[in-house]
Design a protein around this ligand. Structure first.
Ligand SMILES: [Zn+2]
Length: 474
């Protein structure tokens, strides 16, 4: 056993379902001391280019957490002082290289054969209007692969807040806009040169030295343009684009600005530094046994401790909506949104802000101007409630009505919970019943239904209570 590396990727050929792509290609970390697995989100997917999920317990602070609990030393403390110095030096010497802007500009045409864009305009259940799609293209600098084996694929550039192009992801989609393959523009260009046996251009040679290729958020360049907007953070650029199209572009400071981290395992402090001081709502994709949700809750708590001015809230909306099948298929917010007409969502735009002048479209890669009115106090738009599956309380209501029919005696006050003491039973029951009947299925009114069910339960479970008050005969 290697004592310097208490956690290692499991040796052998055993594979698990990957939290990222759900394929059974995932190698988990094991604790060499105990032989136990680390939590199921630590490990590496062997579909390196297609999925890229890799969560390392050393980088992610698991080591120090775990060692603290077990009274052992974290990994980096087992290095000698000389080794630590060396590691630090190598890290500080690392320079980040970027794509040239010209490479990005080469992607800015051919939208008529861009499958993803054409699906948005024609093939999805509720196609978007050309004007909105054009705005999204220009805001996020979406592009097209012009030729070669990825011809017609969409490009999602990751541009940082200093307008550097950190990477360009390339994705191919089917007619339903489900991913069929994933690539990076630098890999495509690299293959092109090696096929022709030519030397790589200088920038590409430099670029391949970057340790991390996806080193900023998708849409990060928009943060300075919209300095006060609340942020919706999702895994994939595709979901961010759907979010922006469904909820509307952030024309005013109350509206969500949609960003993406790249994939499930790439939510980290380095990337989130750009979100300092913002209100951030996170929407992880679904996953088997809620692994993705749990991971993002844990990670966002860690990040928030390091960024105290930032407020991060992981939405459990999808978790609550999803069936087990949705979960094992790893559905995302876009899968839910696409079933609904986007016009319903747009109508919900806050009245207060619709009167303001909309902003004009920008042309440069990084526009810092912000003309929107500053309204800093933001809350998540209630419009998210719209994508919730409507519940039907019909059966519950009928049962409750039937139960309480025989219940009209004058009774002593009952404490239902900390907040509710029932003084007047018939008024409480009648009032609650009429509210739930009128608002059947609306989540806001669920507490009314819950209180009735709770009262029924108390009565049923306490036979002496019932006997005492003559509700039933002995
Ligand atoms: Zn994977």
């Amino acid at each position: 056993m290697n004592t310097e590396h208490p956690y290692i990727l499991e040796r052998g050929s055993r594979k698990y379902h990957c939290p990222g792509c759900k394929k059974r290609r995932f190698v988990r970390y094991v604790d060499t001391q105990t032989g136990n697995y680390l939590p199921e989100y630590f490990g590496r997917c062997d579909r390196e280019s297609k999925c890229g999920y890799f969560l390392n317990p050393y980088q992610e602070g698991y080591t120090s957490m775990d060692w603290a609990h077990h009274g052992k030393k974290p990994f980096h403390e087992s290095l000698s002082a000389k080794e630590v110095k060396k590691v630090k030096k190598v890290k500080s010497l690392k320079k980040t290289f970027f794509y040239p802007v010209e490479t990005l500009n080469l992607t800015r045409s051919g939208y008529e054969r861009n499958t993803f864009i054409q699906n948005l305009l024609q093939n999805i259940p509720f196609p978007f209007e050309l004007e909105d799609v054009e705005k999204v293209i220009s805001l996020y600098h979406l592009g097209t692969i012009q030729n070669g084996y990825r011809r017609g694929a969409i490009t999602f550039p990751f541009i940082d807040s200093h307008c550097n192009v950190r990477t360009i992801q390339v994705k191919q989609f089917d007619k339903q806009n489900h991913t069929t393959s994933t690539d990076f523009l630098h890999s495509i260009i690299e293959k092109y040169y090696s096929r022709k046996n030519q030397q790589l251009p200088k920038w590409l040679e430099d670029y391949s030295n970057n340790e991390t290729k996806v080193s900023c958020l998708f849409g990060e360049h928009l943060l300075s343009k919209y300095p006060y907007n609340p942020i919706a953070l999702v895994e994939a650029p595709k979901t961010a684009i759907y979010g922006a199209l469904y909820f509307g572009l952030p024309e005013h400071s109350l509206e969500l600005l949609w960003l993406a981290v790249y994939n499930l395992s790439s939510l980290n402090f380095e990337k989130c530094k750009a979100l300092k001081g913002r209100n951030v709502y996170l929407f992880p994709d679904l996953s088997k046994a809620s692994v993705a949700y749990d991971l993002w809750v844990r990670k966002s708590n860690e990040i928030q401790m390091l960024l105290p001015e930032t407020s991060m809230y992981v939405s459990d909306l999808l978790e609550r909506l999803a069936t087990n099948q949705d979960k094992s298929e790893g559905k995302d917010l876009a899968d839910y949104l696409v079933k609904h007409d986007w016009r319903i969502f747009r109508k919900q735009k806050l009245k207060k802000v619709t009167d303001l002048e909309p902003e004009t479209n920008e042309t440069s890669i990084c526009d810092k101007s912000d003309k929107s009115e500053v309204i800093k106090n933001t809350s998540i738009p209630s419009l998210l409630a719209l994508i919730e599956k409507p519940e039907d309380w019909g059966e519950d209501i009928a049962e409750l009505e039937n139960f309480f029919k025989s219940f009209n005696q004058a009774l002593s006050p009952t404490k239902l919970n900390k907040a509710t003491i029932i003084q007047d039973y018939s008024r409480f029951i009648d009032g609650h019943l009429s509210i739930v009947k009128v608002n059947n299925g609306k989540r806001t009114f669920k507490p009314y239904l819950d209180r009735l069910l709770q009262l029924k339960m108390i009565i049923e479970s306490d036979r002496s209570f019932q006997l005492e008050r003559g509700i039933i005969n002995s």
